[in-house]
Write a protein of this length. Structure first.
Length: 71
């Protein structure tokens, strides 16, 4: 994807001047992009947690004071 030199204010102004149908499509595209980014983030976190679990790096406790210390 090619980067543009457009600044955020110009982008927002341009978006507000689009017809409603185009703004709705842009909204859908942004929602999909955000969902994809979140899924990728979750996948990275799951892989890191599995790796930590395999190396016995995870600790479990039901003691609230111990949990606070782990943070």
């Amino acid at each position: 994807m090619e980067k543009s030199n457009i600044n955020f204010d110009t982008l927002v102004d341009t978006m507000y001047n689009l017809p409603l149908e185009d703004r709705l499509e842009l909204k859908d595209l942004l929602e999909q992009s955000i969902a994809d980014s979140r899924r990728n983030e979750i996948e990275v976190n799951i892989k890191a947690a599995k790796k930590e679990h395999k190396t016995a790096g995870l600790k479990f406790s039901s003691d609230i004071n111990q949990l606070k210390k782990m943070l």
